[in-house]
Design a protein around this ligand. Structure first.
Ligand code: NAP
Length: 432
C-alpha cells in the first residue's frame, strides 16, 4: 500500500511512519523540514506546510497513486501563522477534498478526544470542523480521537514528568481531574487493524487507556518511576491556574496556555469498552507501562531540565540586559572610563566602546528573550566573553586574583551558554 502521512516528524506521525514501513508499505512522509526524518527504503520525504497548503490543488500532485492518507498534524499552542484554524481545519479540509478527487481509497484522521462542536477550547473545535467535513465526504474515512498518548517522544507526558519532578507539584484545585492515557503502541495497533479490515469504515473511535487516572495519581505514579521521593502537592484554585496558563501562553514554545489549563480542568476520559469490543484487545494500563519500561537516565535528565531550560536562557538574557543598563545608567561613568584607560582605551574611543558594548549587550539580551537565532547569538556571546577574558588577562592580569572573581566567573558562564545551546537546539538533522 502507498501511504501518505502528514506530521510524520511528530510523535504519533513518526511512530506510525516506522510501523507502516515495518509492515512493508511505501510511505510518503509529509514534513516541514525534510532533514527531520532518517532516510529509509520505501520512504519518500516531501515538504509541506499546513499554514499555506489550503487548496486542493496544493495536495493533488502529492496524492498521485496514494491509497491511504493519515493526517497527524496538530498543535497545542498557536504561534504566528501556526493557527488552529490553518493547521486543524483549513489544510486538512483541502487534503481531504483532494483525496476524494485523487481517488484515495482511505483516510485516517488523528483528531482528539473532546473534539466536539461545543467544546470550550479552540483546539478541539477546529479539529471537529475538519472531522465533520471528512465525515461528509464520499470515501472510506475513520477518525481516531485519542486521550493523552504516551510513549517514546510524547510531548504531553514529557510535561507531566517534568511537573512530577518539581519539589512542589501544582494541582488544579484538588488534582482530581481525570485523563485516560493510551500507549502509542495501542494507537498503532488500532491503525493497523483499521487498515487490515475493509469493513471498518466511516467510524469515530475514542482511543483511551483501560483506566481513568487523576492528575494527583498520575504524578504520584511518575515520581517513584523517576526515582524521586514522596510527592508534595500545592493546590492552585482554578482561576489562579487559568491566569498562570494565560500568562504562560504569551511565552514562545510552551505547551502551557489558557486552552490547556481549561482542557486539563475538564479531564479527558471515555468508555474503553467500544474500543475493546471493536479491536479485540485491551489497551495497556499506564501503571503497567511504567513497570514495563523503567526510567532511564535520559528520562530523569529530561524531566529535571524541562523547566530549567527556559530559565537558563532567560537568566542569561537578564545578565546581558542588566549589564547594559548598569553600565549606561548606574555604574559611575568615570570609573568605567578609568578601567578602559587601564587597558589603553581613552578619549572618544572610550565613549564609543562603553556605549557600543552596552548596546551589543542589550541586543544579545533581547535576542535571547525572544529566542531569536539562539545558535548565532550563543556563538557571539562566547566570542565576546573570550575576547573580554583575553584583553583583561593581557592588560589587567591581577583581576584573576580579585576575590569576587570578575574573570573566573566567566568560565561557568561559558559552560552555561554551551549547555543552553545544546538544550535550545531546534533543528536536528538526520543527514550526515
Ligand atoms: N500526543 C497526544 O497526546 C495527542 C492526544 C490527542 C490528540 N493528538 C493529536 O494527534 C496529532 C499528532 O500529535 P503529536 O503528539 O504527534 O504532535 P507533535 O509531536 O507535536 O507532532 C505534530 C506534527 O505536526 C507537524 N506540523 C506542525 N506545524 C506544521 C505545519 N505548519 N505544516 C506541516 N506540519 C506541521 C509537526 O512538524 P514539525 O516536526 O515540523 O514541527 C509534527 O510533525 C495532533 O493532531 C494532535 O492534536 C495528540
Amino acid at each position: 500500500m502507498k501511504i501518505l502521512i502528514t506530521g510524520a516528524s511528530g510523535f504519533i506521525g513518526s511512530h506510525l511512519t516506522q510501523a507502516m514501513l515495518k509492515q512493508g508499505h511505501q510511505v510518503m512522509a509529509c514534513v516541514r523540514n525534510v532533514n527531520a526524518l532518517p532516510a529509509a527504503s520505501k520512504l519518500t520525504i516531501i515538504k509541506v506546510d499546513f499554514t499555506h497548503d489550503h487548496s486542493s490543488s496544493d495536495w493533488l500532485p502529492r496524492l498521485n497513486g496514494i491509497d491511504l492518507v493519515i493526517n497527524c498534524v496538530g498543535i497545542i499552542q498557536q504561534t504566528g501563522s501556526q493557527s488552529f484554524e490553518a493547521l486543524h481545519t483549513a489544510a486538512p479540509i483541502a487534503l481531504f477534498d483532494a483525496s476524494v478527487t485523487a481517488g484515495v481509497k482511505q483516510v485516517i484522521q488523528i483528531s482528539a478526544l473532546g473534539a466536539e462542536a461545543d467544546a470550550i477550547s479552540q483546539y478541539h473545535r477546529t479539529k471537529q470542523q475538519a472531522d465533520a467535513h471528512l465525515m461528509s465526504l464520499p470515501l472510506n474515512w475513520n477518525i481516531l480521537l485519542p486521550s493523552i498518548v504516551y510513549g517514546t517522544g510524547a510531548k504531553s507526558m514529557a510535561l507531566f514528568r517534568a511537573v512530577a519532578s518539581l519539589p512542589l507539584i501544582p494541582l488544579i484545585d484538588k488534582g482530581d481531574q481525570a485523563i485516560q492515557p493510551i500507549h502509542i503502541d495501542d494507537v498503532i495497533r488500532v491503525v493497523e487493524a483499521i487498515i487490515a479490515d475493509d469493513n471498518i469504515q466511516q467510524q469515530r473511535f475514542e482511543l483511551v487507556g483501560p483506566q481513568a487516572i487523576t492528575f494527583k495519581q498520575l504524578y504520584s505514579q511518575l515520581r517513584p518511576w523517576l526515582g524521586l521521593g514522596r510527592a508534595r502537592f500545592i493546590s492552585l484554585p482554578y482561576t489562579l491556574a487559568l491566569i498562570a496558563g494565560r500568562s504562560a501562553g504569551f511565552l514562545p514554545q510552551t505547551p502551557i496556555n489558557k486552552d490547556s489549563v481549561q482542557m486539563l480542568r475538564n479531564g479527558n476520559t471515555a468508555d474503553v469498552e467500544p474500543l475493546i469490543k471493536q479491536f479485540s484487545f485491551t489497551p495497556m494500563s499506564f501503571e503497567q507501562s511504567l513497570q514495563n519500561a523503567p526510567a532511564q537516565q535520559a528520562d530523569r535528565w529530561h524531566a529535571g531540565l524541562y523547566f530549567l531550560k527556559p530559565l537558563l536562557r532567560l537568566s542569561i538574557a537578564f545578565l546581558w540586559i542588566f549589564t547594559a543598563i548598569v553600565s549606561c545608567f548606574f555604574y559611575p561613568v568615570d570609573s568605567s572610563y578609568a578601567m578602559l584607560a587601564m587597558v589603553g582605551i581613552s578619549g572618544i574611543w572610550a565613549s564609543f566602546i562603553l556605549y557600543g558594548a552596552a548596546a551589543v549587550d542589550l541586543v544579545i539580551g533581547i535576542a535571547l528573550l525572544l529566542s531569536y537565532r539562539i545558535r548565532l547569538v550563543g556563538i557571539i556571546q562566547i566570542s565576546i566573553i573570550l575576547l573580554y577574558m583575553l584583553v583583561i588577562t593581557l592588560s589587567l592580569a591581577e583581576q584573576w586574583l580579585h576575590p569576587f572573581g570578575p574573570i573566573s566567573k566567566n568560565i561557568p558562564l561559558l559552560m552555561a551558554i554551551s549547555i543552553m545551546l545544546v538544550l535550545e537546539r531546534k533543528q536536528w538533522t538526520t543527514k550526515p
